[in-house]
Design a protein around this ligand. Structure first.
Ligand code: C2E
Ligand code: MG
Ligand code: MG
Ligand code: MG
Length: 285
């Protein structure tokens, strides 16, 4: 029916669709070369224990700096990588890089900091995922207890195989967490069966934490955590009031711009070194 519209609108949609498809194709083609050209970088964002303000670990977040296209957001290129299967190679690079970096920091004396890595459902579905995790740990020399894998609820739509893979990962001593919790499909029943250590409350609930519905959802998730013996971490804490509310509700951990944006490894290193020297922490209560 678009074709029946007057000329202008037809051309508008045509051009927009064209631009979208072109961009998508360029990303797909360029992404294939990104690893070899060293265009992928990991940024790190601190995870904070809310009751004490101390840093307990960091999340590794992928960045793609393309020489011509500039910086491309993971929210744009990760879905493409998942569709095309490129996520397998990219995910392995992320895992290896994060393990190696954390081991370097461990060796420098930051021995209580763990690293979290985001993993796509698609990676779990590949038969040799456990081998890849094992190898990343072995090659880096990182103690498995300092690695955590973040998965989204979409894994639950998947087969028993994904759950089995999750179990095996955990048997290695690696921690597991559900990311963006509350936005997906999980029923409480499935949650009980899942081999996980941590629930991450999605940022959308934290954004408007004073909203009554959001507040009761957050309370419920914290309660579930308590009952199922899971750690709870809130993502996207930007303001002091959000921190105060979450701490008052006994949410264990938090992450967000209030503490720090994700930063490159050298900047993160400076952050933790300064913190150690000054014996300072992120306590801003
Ligand atoms: P995520 O795992 O839920 O990561 C949290 C996102 O929120 C990150 O965006 C982070 O930079 C951002 N964030 C953290 N604190 C705040 C805050 O206080 N305010 C706001 N506005 N944002 C905050 P980012 O780095 O753009 O990553 C987006 C998503 O891309 C991630 O969501 C994750 O799903 C995916 N992703 C990133 N790196 C990887 C990766 O290595 N592998 C896979 N499979 N996915 C990745
Ligand atoms: Mg995450
Ligand atoms: Mg998240
Ligand atoms: Mg999120």
């Amino acid at each position: 029916y678009v074709a029946k519209e007057k000329g202008n609108r037809y051309h508008f949609f045509d051009a927009a669709l064209n631009a979208y498809i072109t961009r998508r194709m360029i990303i797909e083609v360029e992404l294939k070369k990104a690893i070899d050209r060293n265009e992928l970088v990991l940024f790190y964002q601190p995870k904070i224990k809310l009751s004490t303000g101390e840093m307990v670990g960091m999340e590794a977040l992928l960045r793609w700096d393309h020489p011509k296209l500039g910086s491309i957001s993971p929210t744009e290129f990760i879905p493409v990588a998942e569709e095309t299967g490129q996520i397998t190679a990219i995910g392995e690079w992320v895992l290896r890089t994060a393990c190696h970096q954390n081991k370097v920091w461990q060796d420098q004396g930051f021995q209580s900091l763990s690293v979290s890595v985001n993993v796509s459902a698609r990676q779990f579905e590949q038969g040799d995922f456990i081998k890849i995790v094992e190898k990343a740990l072995y090659d880096s020399g990182l103690n498995p207890k300092f690695l955590e894998l973040e998965i989204t609820e979409s894994i639950m739509q998947n087969t028993c195989e994904s759950i089995q893979a999750l179990k095996e990962v955990r048997e290695l001593g690696v921690k597991t967490s559900i990311d963006d919790f509350g936005t997906g499909y999980s029923s409480l029943h499935v949650l009980k069966e899942l081999p996980i250590d941590t629930i991450k409350i999605d940022k959308s609930f934290i954004d408007d934490i004073e909203n009554k519905t959001n507040l009761s959802i957050i309370k419920t998730i914290i309660d579930i955590g308590l009952n199922l013996n899971l750690d709870i971490i809130a993502e996207g804490i930007e303001m002091q009031e959000q921190f105060n509310t979450l701490d008052r509700l006994n949410c264990g951990y938090g992450q967000g711009y209030l503490f720090s944006r994700p930063v490159p490894a050298n900047e993160f290193q400076k952050k933790i070194s300064d913190e150690m020297i000054a014996k300072k922490n992120y306590l801003i209560k």
